[in-house]
Design a protein around this ligand. Structure first.
Ligand SMILES: Cc1cc2nc3c(=O)[nH]c(=O)nc-3n(C[C@H](O)[C@H](O)[C@H](O)COP(=O)(O)O)c2cc1C
Length: 495
């Protein structure tokens, strides 16, 4: 096992496994003043809310493009993108990557929101093992999609109601294309705190407007290739501090990609416009950090997370989706404006996430145990879950016609199906997205839909080893609970 950070857990956060019945769960959530509605009983297929299909509307014809048929997504479970840091140096999948994608197919979820981040060019990779979607990797990416679909067909008999996307990325400030230990950042603007934390000097050059134009072309090319390989949609990634997300807070950047929201969203909008032009049959999704907070760091080695921006520091105009005067408060005005613009350009699916794993992981993937480069949680992790669920429901209420996917349910553990069902039943989200839980317990959606009790031995307890492993240069997987990783001598992937 990977060495735990000695800091967590904090004793006053009750482990979810101790919340033995719905009343106890509700009472604990109420004691924390959290809005975390759950159903008492989870209903299986075919009648249960999580088993209901969702229909993506038929594509309207435009220009010379014929109409596309409606697509039915067979249930309300969605697999969130989850990298394994296990591709080849050339950006191709390995057998480890394929195993993970097969597990996504075997899960029973009918929406695959991107599989994992695939860079649109080498320099934009977050690590030297990240997949790439470029002409040279087409065969590998096609085999990955096929492996997922075949595994699904073997278990569930059909794939007509399985919808698979590919997440496209450029890692911006967090590029490490050649060496895990060697950052090669591309920054949209100088961010006083992130520059300091990640060692970027004040005279470090910004990515140029010309480079951004070239990159827009790369995203469009990558999306077009993904469409040719049979992916149903691409996710134009705008989350977690990577380039598409960083540009959304580039208030101080001069020129056409900074300043007002139209400029800050130009990169996203031009990619989507290009995809509509060059790959009209492809559907478009966006994974969005719908809110962000300032960076957090431990208050002492192994200690609790502390926000690096205090009230005495004045305004904080760097967190998209937060109030600059009170930057730990979500503010969705611009977020709604952005989603409206992206919807008008043809975006059909929005996957809601938050913050960044590099500088405020507790709002992004709430966990009781921090990863090696993290900090003990500064709030009960259930607060992080509730925050993402609330923001998701506000986005769904504002955009009833978009397919909205919520994230960060894993920390709910035993109560995940109960909360997911309640949210879907009440229209607070269309889909419940599963991240870490699917690494430890890929069969959870199938078990829930079949009305089987959960296998408690496979429930993710948020030990964060899936995040710690890659920080230490290892492939990612569920070391504590997936026997494949638990029993495996950890070694670098075969290339
Ligand atoms: C090991 C690991 C890899 C991840 N890789 C990606 C990724 O490639 N793209 C992405 O958008 N999010 C990625 N995420 C974030 C998850 O998709 C998800 O938002 C997060 O884990 C919270 O959901 P959960 O509570 O179900 O785990 C990753 C998370 C983990 C733990």
């Amino acid at each position: 096992m990977i060495q735990q950070n000695p800091a967590g857990p904090r004793p006053h956060y009750k482990p979810v496994a101790q919340l033995k019945d719905a009343e106890t769960f509700r009472a604990y959530a109420a004691s924390l003043r959290l809005d975390l509605p759950i159903d008492d009983v989870v209903e299986p297929a075919p009648g249960g809310p999580l088993a209901q299909p969702y229909t993506l509307a038929a594509k309207v014809p435009h220009g010379g493009t014929p109409a596309g048929p409606a697509r039915v997504i067979g249930n309300r479970f969605c697999i969130l993108p989850m990298e394994g840091w296990d591709g080849t140096p050339d950006g191709l999948p390995t057998e480890l990557t394929e195993r993970r994608w097969r597990n996504f197919g075997l899960s029973g979820a009918k929406l695959i929101f991107g599989g994992e981040a695939a860079a649109v060019r080498h320099e934009g990779r977050a690590n030297p093992r990240q997949l790439m979607m470029i002409p040279e990797t087409m065969k590998g990416m096609e085999s990955l999609r096929r492996a997922l679909a075949e595994a699904h067909a073997e278990r569930f008999g059909e794939t007509a109601d399985l919808v698979i996307g590919l997440q496209l990325t450029h890692s911006g400030r967090f590029c490490r294309p050649d060496d895990n230990k060697k950052p090669e950042p591309k920054i949209a603007y100088h961010h006083p705190l992130l520059d300091r934390l990640f060692g970027i000097s004040p005279d470090f050059p910004l990515i140029t407007d010309g480079e951004l134009e070239g990159l827009i072309g790369d995203f469009v090319k990558a999306g077009t290739l993904a469409g040719e390989l049979g992916f149903d949609f691409v996710d134009v990634k705008a989350c977690h501090g990577y380039l598409g997300h960083e540009l959304l807070s580039a208030f101080s950047r001069p020129g056409p990609y900074g300043g007002n929201l139209r400029n800050r969203s130009r990169f996203m909008r031009e990619i989507i416009r290009g995809l509509k032009r060059d790959a009209p049959a492809l559907r478009i999704g966006v994974r969005l950090s719908a809110f962000d907070f300032p960076p957090f760091r431990p208050d002492a080695p192994g200690g609790t997370g502390r926000c690096l921006h205090g009230p005495e520091d004045g305004e904080y105009p760097y967190a998209f989706g937060a109030d600059p005067e009170n930057p730990q408060t979500v503010s969705l005005g611009e977020v709604f404006e952005l989603i409206g613009m992206l919807r008008d350009l043809g975006t059909e699916l929005v996957c809601v996430t938050a913050g960044s794993p590099y500088y405020n992981p507790h709002i992004q993937r709430p966990a009781l145990f921090p990863p090696s480069d993290g900090y003990a949680p500064p709030e009960d992790p259930l607060a992080g879950v509730a925050r993402q669920m609330r923001v998701t429901s506000e986005i769904k209420a504002e955009f009833p016609d978009l397919a909205v996917i919520g994230s960060a349910y894993t920390y709910l553990q035993e109560w995940l199906p109960h909360a997911a069902q309640r949210s879907v039943r009440e229209g607070r989200t269309d889909f419940a997205g599963l991240g870490r839980m699917v690494l430890s317990y890929p069969g959870l959606p199938e078990d829930v839909l079949a009305g089987r009790p959960l296998n408690r031995k496979r429930i993710c307890r948020t030990l964060s080893e899936c995040t710690t492993a890659p920080r230490k240069g290892l492939v990612s997987g569920c070391y504590p609970l997936d026997p494949f990783y638990r029993d495996r001598t950890v070694r670098r992937p075969q290339t």
